[in-house]
Design a protein around this ligand. Structure first.
Ligand code: NAI
Length: 341
């Protein structure tokens, strides 16, 4: 099957080509992001393969369908960027990679916490300058602190295990209880209680209408003063402007982000020779107590291998019986049930 693969970097090509045993699919790699202007590159393809910042709104899906595309193979777990009702109406199948390496994201979350707490980003720069003073680098023991996890699916549960290993008390808030978390001693509480009690709050749920700006000004005001907030899920779950206000007032003690609301125009490319036009993002980078990584939490060799293999399996299944191995159905967006506990 011919597949137009968008938003590809050299590492995507390497891992997808390796997983495409015997060249069974004709993978046509495009560096460009998929949007209304670039969709034409899918001409002649039966499927498109897309990543997190590709645009898959009703207009783009309609264009793809008009070009003969019948399947969208997402190289991601998240599918918030796909207009699923529009895809269903057009009869376009959508497949995703429900899990590859929850460890990759959970471990990166821990890395952000350790970096912010022990000020590693500042320490490395100082030592390079021959400055070995410790003032300003004071951290706290993670042992005995309370970590609040919002969303305890595969990544949240893995992160709960890591933080339990540090000796933290782990609270969680999610629509359903994960027995693995209960076995670890995690206590499920209502969101306001989690926010009020946690020294570190970490987001691990999908972006849905219910979780957009889940962390807004009132939620930030309900957090422990000086607490740390980590977002490795999707940028729009945090109201960035409200977070900046909370950082300025000291209500938010530190912020670790791997994702950003407006990341589509920034991440996954080298902009070091350009001026950053996003003033909100630029402001974030001025805080000593903010660390931002460019959506790299998934970026391990193990995860890329998993993503490539499942993506190819989705294409195989679609070619064989018209349904991806891991299909995303329209019910998944409309059933964003309000969380309890
Ligand atoms: P998952 O589907 O296993 O778990 C998500 C959990 O969130 C589910 O248990 C669900 O019940 C819960 N949830 C849904 N709505 C909620 C709400 N309103 N409040 C609290 N919990 C809610 O997904 P997984 O694999 O753990 O991934 C979580 C998220 O991590 C993904 O949706 C994706 O956005 C993000 N992600 C980020 C990556 C990165 O590189 N930064 C890579 C992979 C995933």
């Amino acid at each position: 099957m011919r597949v137009a693969v968008f938003s590809t970097r050299p590492y995507d090509r390497e891992f997808l080509t390796r997983a495409n045993h015997a060249g069974r699919h004709d993978l046509v790699f495009h560096e460009a992001r998929l949007d209304a202007g670039t969709a034409i590159a899918a001409q002649g393809a039966q499927a498109v393969c897309a990543f997190v910042n590709d645009r898959l709104d009703a207009d783009v899906l309609k264009r793809l369908h008009g070009l003969g595309v019948r399947m969208v193979a997402l190289r991601s777990a998240g599918f918030n960027h796909v207009d699923l009702p529009a895809a269903a109406a057009l009869g376009l199948a959508v497949g995703r990679v429900p899990e590859y390496s929850p460890y990759a994201v959970a471990e990166h979350t821990a890395a952000l916490i350790l970096t912010l707490n022990r000020k590693i980003h500042r320490a490395v720069a100082r030592v390079r300058e021959g400055n070995f003073a410790l003032e300003g680098l004071l951290g706290f023991d993670l042992h005995g602190r309370t970590v609040g996890i919002i969303g305890t699916g595969k990544i949240g549960a893995c992160f709960a295990r890591i933080m339990s290993g540090f000796g933290c008390t782990v609270l969680a808030h999610a629509p359903e209880v994960n027995p693995d978390c209960i076995a670890l001693g995690v206590r499920y509480v209502a969101l306001p209680d989690l926010l009020a009690a946690s020294d570190i709050v970490s987001l691990h749920c999908p972006l849905t209408p219910a979780t957009r700006h889940l962390i807004d000004a009132p939620a930030l005001a309900g957090m422990k003063r000086g607490a740390m907030l980590i977002n490795t899920s999707r940028g729009a779950m945090v109201d960035t402007r409200a977070a900046i206000g909370a950082l300025k007032s000291g209500q938010l003690g530190s912020l670790g982000l791997d994702v950003y609301e407006e990341e589509a125009d920034l991440f996954f490319r080298d902009l070091s020779d350009e001026v950053i036009r996003d003033d909100v993002f630029a402001r974030l980078l001025t805080f000593p107590n903010v660390v931002v990584t460019g959506h790299q939490a998934f970026f391990t060799a193990d995860a890329l291998t998993g993503i490539a293999e499942v993506t190819l399996a989705n294409l195989d299944h679609f070619e064989a019986d018209g349904r991806p191995l891991h299909a995303v159905s329209v019910e998944r967006v409309v059933s964003a049930a309000p969380p309890a506990g």
